[in-house]
Design a protein. Structure first.
Length: 100
């Protein structure tokens, strides 16, 4: 997917209403996710993040992780699911280790 706006929308549209708006003159955009209860997340995405597919995917994964934690899901299971998605171009949480 080449269009970052489409990539962001596709990542969240099945579960949330996605609103993208220009926030600053430097090209940053505000992502607002909402559901029937109201706004569930807001995130400022810089122009550099938006224009780099790897960085944009990391932003998306970070938002997914944050939402999952807020919903009471196990963060380790969410991380495992994100890394299993098999994106060849990125390893979003490769530096995270788990100690028992």
């Amino acid at each position: 997917m080449n269009n970052p706006f489409d990539q962001i929308s596709a990542a969240f549209a099945p579960e949330y209403r996605v609103n993208l708006s220009i926030e600053r003159l430097d090209g940053s955009i505000m992502l607002t996710l909402s559901d029937d209860a109201g706004v569930v997340a807001k995130r400022l995405i810089s122009q550099a993040q938006r224009n780099d597919p790897v960085r944009l995917q990391r932003v998306i994964d970070s938002i997914r992780l944050g939402l999952a934690i807020e919903l009471g899901q196990n963060p380790l299971q969410v991380l495992a699911a994100l890394t299993r998605e098999g994106r060849a171009d990125s390893r979003p949480f490769a530096a995270i280790g788990v100690a028992n």
